[in-house]
Ligand binder design. Structure first.
Ligand code: FPP
Length: 238
């Protein structure tokens, strides 16, 4: 399938859903699904780099995911450490710059350390910006932005008259990043689950039944193709 290079999404965000179901379908423990999910992610990062996508944001762990069984949370935290250790060389070779969206302070210390290390090690790269939403929640992000804005108002760092949507956006984890053009959710679920609530106001949403571990280059191309056939009006008329 041919993509139109003139209307490529600059920022793609993905809710990588269905790891558990992928494993169960194969009669395997859920952890195998997460491991396969990391492999799928590794490929998609490379595909986005190759396609010249500017920003890829993935939902790796939500503020609600702490409710999962302790073993599963522990395994996900361990996978993150392994991913960073194993992939950092390739990510640097592809000039990928890692940014974290979410509160890393509450992560286990080994995970936090490895992640901050990866952020630091890739900070001067000028290729794909790879945002990993970790301990991320859209409502909490907006709430924290409000608290920080109130602090800055009290100390006269900003003036209320100048507070507009752009300035508000800069208080979010995404800072000055452009909003996602396309949000993809795999596994047949059709909701945002607290992901990029502010930033996704005008994103095109693409839902696919494919489970995340099965999501390959061709699936991403299909999603971008669907995006390219949408009519984006941003509230205007055409
Ligand atoms: C959703 O599947 C997936 C997650 C909650 C975790 C996503 C994490 C990864 C793909 C790996 C870790 C990330 C990095 C950056 C190394 P689910 O468990 O909700 O699946 P289910 O809905 O079928 O149960």
């Amino acid at each position: 399938m041919n993509l139109d290079n003139n209307i490529m999404p600059n920022h793609i965000a993905i809710i990588m859903d269905g790891n558990g179901r992928w494993a169960i379908k194969k009669g395997l423990p859920r952890s195998f699904g997460h491991k396969a999910g990391v492999d799928a992610l590794k490929d998609i990062v490379k595909v986005c780099s190759d396609l010249g996508v500017k920003i890829l944001t993935v939902y790796a762990f939500s503020t609600e995911n702490w409710k999962r069984p302790k073993d599963e949370v522990g395994y996900l935290m361990k996978l993150l450490v392994e991913y960073m250790r194993r992939e950092i060389e390739d990510l640097n070779a592809n000039k990928v710059k890692i940014k974290i969206l979410g509160d890393v302070e509450l992560l286990p210390s080994a995970t936090k350390e490895e992640i901050l290390n990866a952020v630091d090690s890739t900070k001067n790269n000028d290729g794909l910006q790879f945002n990993i939403a970790l301990n991320y929640g859209g409502r909490l992000e907006i709430l924290n932005a409000c608290k920080n804005i109130i602090d800055d108002l009290k100390t006269n760092k900003i003036q209320i008259d100048l507070l507009d949507e752009d300035m508000f956006g800069e208080y979010l984890y995404t800072g000055k990043d452009p909003e996602p053009d396309l949000i993809i959710r795999t596994s047949g679920e059709r909701r945002l689950s607290n992901f990029l609530l502010w930033q996704g106001a005008y994103s095109e949403l693409v839902f696919t039944d494919t489970l995340w571990p099965d999501f390959k280059r061709g699936n991403l191309i299909d999603a971008i193709n669907e995006y390219q056939n949408r009519n984006r009006r941003f509230g205007n008329v055409k």
